[in-house]
Design a protein around this ligand. Structure first.
Ligand SMILES: [Fe+2]
Ligand SMILES: [Fe+2]
Length: 473
């Protein structure tokens, strides 16, 4: 017999884990398998080094996390549901609008809710797997620490989804929790569920792009699940958003620093042969934007979707910030604009709003991405350099939905397939670009020093200096 683990102490939580024996037993069976997965698929190096990590310890807005040095396998992966203020919450949209939220899963919605939770849950360990080898080429210790922070929090998001599955879905939920540890990013036989989570994250420019564009898809999916009538799911996702914000910050500031370095080189050299000085040129950064943006857009699914309409009507998944929208929250008669592919052209149309819930969420996502790109462009303009980063047209390089595999250019022109193929190398990273970026990837492990292709960040983590021992070697 193994010694009993005090799960209430081991797993920081606000779900009164101590009071639920059945759930504790399920977690006791799952926990060693999770740790085995973390060892096999989590960061390939530095597992036994102390890392300066943020750990969620409560849901208090002002003090929800604590910072300290910890070995990653000893990280305390907690389970937290956001608190709801005031009176009993009511459902904010769909056919049950105004009714009390559900504290249990209604039998009729069991299958679709399970599918939504498993699909979200699957992305969390997938990204950890994708980023497994990056620490060996970290451009600084603060960057290495940020990578590990993102990794342990994605693993905590897996815990968050597994908690919901185990606490509310009985045997099916326990089986799904096992399967979440069995699929593998990029594996032909047992791939992760969504395409972008089977792509490689081979270098740090890709990592920053991933955390900017793909983690931001996560933000929008979580935000729409945070509206759910199924209250435990809504509150779990609401709390996950607090951590997600840091992941996108890592991405946005990471890309900013790569851009900054390119601009510094261009100004110092009075030319644009940035590669000669071992930095990453702006046109290459633009190609990485084109790739990661288009792949991440696919994560929102087909523009017109009966499933998405049903999720909305049934109250399972709302729109972004549903409560701030000023319509009837049912959308029976509402219309929404949609770019459609008709007779070989892109045309603006209007369709029933309920039929394009996915596209609406993608629109919110694109606007959010654009705000980040605007901040990058301000940096370039402030450096006095004549170059503008652009998000490609939504129909560019898509694999899912009505634009899948259409020969549309980044600026939204329709060309023939041969022209598209001939110009692909101008728009998307080539093997040569990837090889060049890879050639820059060399670990810098002296505190306070940074690789030459990236500018230092403006500030350290949690008010610590840049030469702090973020990872103790
Ligand atoms: Fe996550
Ligand atoms: Fe994330």
């Amino acid at each position: 017999m193994t010694a009993a683990v005090d799960y209430n102490a081991l797993i920081p939580n606000n779900v009164d884990l101590a009071a639920d024996r059945r759930l504790q037993r399920a977690l006791e069976a799952w926990h060693p398998k999770f740790l085995a997965w973390w060892r096999e698929c989590g960061p390939a190096d530095y597992q036994d080094n102390e890392v300066y990590l943020r750990t969620a310890v409560s849901v208090d807005k002002h003090g929800w996390a604590q910072f300290g040095h910890v070995k990653m396998p000893d990280y305390r992966w907690g389970i937290f549901l956001a608190e709801r203020d005031g009176a009993a919450r009511t459902i904010g949209f769909g056919e049950h609008l105004g009714a009390p939220v559900w504290s249990e899963v209604p039998g009729e919605f069991r299958a679709p809710l399970r599918r939504l939770i498993v699909t979200q849950g699957d992305t969390e360990p997938a990204s950890v797997e994708q980023q497994r080898h990056l620490a060996l080429t970290a451009p600084s210790l603060v960057d290495m620490r940020n990578l590990f922070q993102v990794n342990v929090e994605e693993a905590r998001h897996l815990w968050a989804m597994v908690y919901i599955l185990m606490a509310y879905f009985g045997r099916d939920g326990r089986e799904e929790a096992e399967t979440l540890l069995e699929r593998r990013s990029g594996d032909v036989d047992k791939p992760r569920i969504l395409g972008a989570f089977n792509e490689k994250t081979p270098d740090w420019l890709s990592f920053f792009m991933f955390t900017f564009f793909t983690d931001r898809d996560g933000k929008y999916q979580l935000a729409s699940l945070a509206e759910s009538a199924f209250d435990p799911l809504a509150r779990t996702c609401q709390f996950m958003l607090t951590e997600e914000a840091h992941h996108m910050y890592v991405g946005e500031t990471g890309v900013s620093r790569v851009i900054q370095r390119a601009c510094d080189v261009m100004r110092a050299q009075r030319g644009d042969d940035v590669r000669r000085h071992r930095a990453i040129d702006l046109p290459t950064i633009q190609k990485y934007i084109n790739f990661h943006f288009s792949v991440s857009e696919d994560l929102f699914g087909a523009e017109q979707s009966t499933n998405a309409a049903n999720y909305f009507t049934q109250g399972l998944k709302g729109r972004y910030q549903e409560a701030r929208l000023t319509d009837d929250h049912r959308l029976h008669d509402a219309r929404y604009r949609l770019t459609q592919w008709q007779a070989g052209r892109l045309v603006e149309t209007e369709v029933p709003a309920l039929s394009v819930i996915n596209e609406r969420l993608r629109d919110d996502y694109i606007a959010d991405c654009q705000r980040g790109v605007d901040r990058w462009n301000k940096l370039i303009a402030d450096a006095g350099i004549d170059f503008v980063m652009r998000l490609p047209h939504r129909a560019f390089n898509r694999r899912i939905g009505q634009f899948a595999d259409l020969p549309v250019t980044p600026d939204g022109s329709v060309v023939d397939a041969a022209t598209w193929a001939a110009r692909r190398a101008d728009w998307l990273p080539t093997a040569d670009d990837a090889t060049y970026v890879q050639s820059l990837m060399r670990a810098v492990t002296t505190a306070g020093e940074f690789a030459g292709w990236i500018a230092p960040p403006r500030i350290g983590i949690n008010n610590q200096p840049l030469d702090f021992d973020y990872v103790r070697l």
